[in-house]
Design a protein around this ligand. Sequence first.
Ligand code: UD1
Ligand code: UDP
Length: 385
Amino acid sequence: MAGRGKTGLKKKIMAVFGTRPEAIKMCPLIRELQNRPAFQTIVTVSGQHRQMLDPVLRAFSVAPDYDLSVMREKQTLADLTAGILSGLRGVLEGERPELLLVHGDTATTFAAALAGFYVHIPVGHVEAGLRTYDMDNPFPEEFNRRAVTLLSRWHFAPTLGAKKNLLQEGVAEDKIYVTGNTVIDALKTTVSPDYRHPELLWAAGSRLILLTAHRRENWGEPLRRIFRALRRVLEENPDVKVIYPIHQNPEVRKIAAEELGGCERVHLIEPLGMADFHNFMAQSYLILTDSGGIQEEAPSLGKPVLVLRETTERPEGVEAGTLLLVGREEESVYQSLLRLLNDPHLYRSMARAVNPYGDGRASERIADILEKETGARAKFSETKV
Ligand code: UD1
Ligand code: UDP
């Protein structure tokens, strides 16, 4: 357990996160904070994810000081949120950090920001300002991120577009910092041209579609429609193979097994480690996903992405031409996939490497800003992305 009270003159910062994507995007920042003598960094994980969280912590050698271990199979959002909120209260009161850092838009993000607010500990929101302005898409993330904006004092926006959203909602400009996205910090170190994996050997010589799908609003019929569209494409294109590292969620696993289980050219595999997944992306032909983080990573790898959603809070990748929103209707997914596989001009235009999410130094910038905001560093000049 981390020590109580202040360590010398160090400023005590607590980072709270709990799911795989939060860990991938927060660990680079935690490592950066740990390297700064000005800070004592305390890491609290909610354990909202277990099997998918722990490998990321190990990959970054981040050892949590507190672990709320809240994950229960198929628990409701209410139970999850309540568990994190009450679990955090004691940790926050015991440690009394000068500020609390949260990331993104999960149940952990929302509950942690609210827990900080209740005990008057100011909150810094990493990856602030993403919006679809549609409360049902994604659900419940659009609510979570908007609520966390209200609860936060500092807003670390990954892009200018995210900053504009916050300004439009009345957030004070001097509390918004455009930093780039910490996801690029992680991606910089993981991809290697020499990477090999038995699953990639299986796919060698084929066009590989890398698939992920887990969003709550896609559970049930939408997922079934997506998988049916994929089956039709496979039947008509013998040179295509699919690898689907399936999220641990039992709801998703059941439908994937039912709809794709018997397909010879589909491999349903366990979730991959972060570095493995980044290399699978780099060696795929195209990506089919409803994930948020993957929409940010794929453009910088020059991989076309068909986004299995009606709307996205990552318009930068769409504007850059790497992401195409294809929705969740069978016909639309089927037609879009066929077109991308059969139209070399379209493929080339989407496969250009672009990176709207910064230069991989977002963590460094956020740490600089925190030094300034906590008074740990008297002199400060903002770096531009
Ligand atoms: C959560 C986030 C979502 C994020 C996603 C990233 C919320 C409401 N949702 O969705 O914003 O995009 O994480 O992956 O915060 N499970 C395991 N082991 C794991 C992880 C999950 O068994 O390591 C199973 C459990 O049965 C769990 C279920 O999956 O109850 C759902 O997990 P949960 O965190 O509630 O939702 P996600 O769909 O993962
Ligand atoms: N990812 C991973 N292993 C996998 C699938 C994804 O490490 O098998 C990584 C991926 O590189 C990205 C993040 O997980 O950084 C995205 O997480 P997820 O799709 O679960 O959540 P979202 O971004 O939609 O919130």
